[in-house]
Design a protein around this ligand. Structure first.
Ligand code: APR
Ligand code: ZN
Ligand code: ZN
Length: 358
């Protein structure tokens, strides 16, 4: 089958048609991937920032059809349409018992240690245990969320990471209140999803911060009430909030300097949510005095901040009700052969989401 493989950090993906899938063993399912979004975490993995050993097949924002189920799988059947959930919840650990399955790492690490493919008899892994830049992928049955068949695969794919991560940070982690003020630093797929959720929550002001001028032209469509480059951000924020700062700010780039920018943009007592996945060596420096005296709430948010399958189904409902304009997030469609073009586009910062259709 066809797949795109990262063989060496920093190199483009090698698109091959000789990759082999593995069998869907007990508790596993095989998914024929139909669409996959291109997320910045894929690029971070490919440049070595996340420490994922090469070779691997990137891609973790995917949707497709179940084509095979292993022994003991009752939750889905061949023909079902699913979204890939890259943090499968085991259902039995302390995180799961607290109903915080998005924090359950047991099965994710297990999946990361299990090869999803093979090539010339050698095992090949998938990024975060997935690898959706491939036609077929074998996953634990907890890694798929069944959806109705009328949901297009491209829309479903976006919910696989970016939409869940961005909207969940706003709705579940920060619980943005009606009438409050919001700033979003970084307006890629994840940041745009955060902007849409802030509008849905009834924020009175939503400032979008991004260095891409093309991007700043697009953000009002998703609910941003103002846009600024990183250089202008502090001045624009002062003007918009009467010098106070925002009630909620979101870092959606994945770097310590943008986290610092988001921290600064929040008002005293405001909430700062770090959503971006930074490099493991990038540390956030913050003075003790600042944190205590400004009383800001600094919090991280992973994969939507609540039980993933439940939230994904809620998001499908919001999309169906016309409350999330996910179609407008797709700024480019590519075939798997041209996947590298999508990463070049991502590096410019002008794209919201590129979707690969398989
Ligand atoms: N300030 C604000 N925005 C910035 C800055 C900056 N200094 N530098 C870059 N950006 C913008 C880019 O212009 C782009 O619009 O951040 C955006 C990042 O968008 P994408 O590359 O599409 O990233 P996305 O997939 O949205 O992911 C963002 O969330 O899940 C994590 O790992 C992911 O860390 C990544 C983050
Ligand atoms: Zn992602
Ligand atoms: Zn668990």
């Amino acid at each position: 089958m066809r797949a795109a493989v990262l063989r060496e950090y920093g190199a483009p993906l090698d698109v091959v048609d000789t990759m082999e899938t593995v069998k869907a063993g007990p508790g596993k399912v095989k998914v024929r991937i139909r669409a996959t979004g291109m997320c910045h975490s894929d690029l971070s993995g490919m440049t070595g920032k996340l420490g994922v050993p090469a070779p691997f097949v990137p891609g973790h924002e995917g949707a497709g059809e179940i084509i095979e189920v292993g022994e003991g799988v009752a939750s889905v059947a061949p023909g079902d349409h699913v979204i890939v959930n890259f943090i499968p919840a085991c259902g039995t650990c302390a995180d799961c018992a607290r109903d915080e399955g998005h924090l359950c790492t047991r099965m994710m690490y297990e999946a990361m240690g299990t090869p999803n493919f093979q090539e010339d008899g050698k095992p090949v892994y998938g990024l975060v245990g997935c690898g959706t830049f491939a036609e077929e992928v074998v996953l634990p049955h907890q890694s798929v969320v069944r959806i109705d068949k009328d949901v297009p695969f491209d829309i479903a794919a976006l919910i696989g990471c970016g939409v869940t991560t961005g909207t969940g940070a706003v709705l579940n982690t920060a619980k943005v209140r009606e009438g409050s003020t919001v700033a979003v630093v970084g307006c890629g797929g994840v940041g745009i999803a955060a902007i849409m959720a802030a509008r849905l929550a009834g924020a009175s002001q939503i400032l979008a911060v991004d260095p891409s001028a093309a991007k700043r032209e697009l953000v009002s469509r998703f609910g941003a009430t103002a846009a600024a480059s990183p250089e202008e951000a502090d001045a624009v924020a002062a003007e918009l909030t009467g010098g106070q700062g925002f009630d909620y700010t979101f870092e959606v780039v994945g770097r310590s300097n943008t986290a610092q920018a988001a921290f600064k943009l929040a008002r005293r007592g405001g909430t700062v949510v770090v959503v971006g996945l930074g490099a493991r060596t990038d540390n956030l420096e913050l003075s003790m005095g600042t944190l205590a005296t400004q009383s800001k709430i600094l919090v991280g948010s992973v994969y939507g901040g609540m039980d993933v399958p439940r939230f994904m189904r809620q998001l499908v409902g919001l999309w169906r009700d016309g409350k999330l304009d996910l179609e407008a997030m797709i700024t480019k469609r590519l075939k798997l052969e041209d996947v590298n073009e999508g990463f070049e586009l991502m590096k410019t910062g002008d794209a919201i989401r590129t979707v690969v259709e398989l």
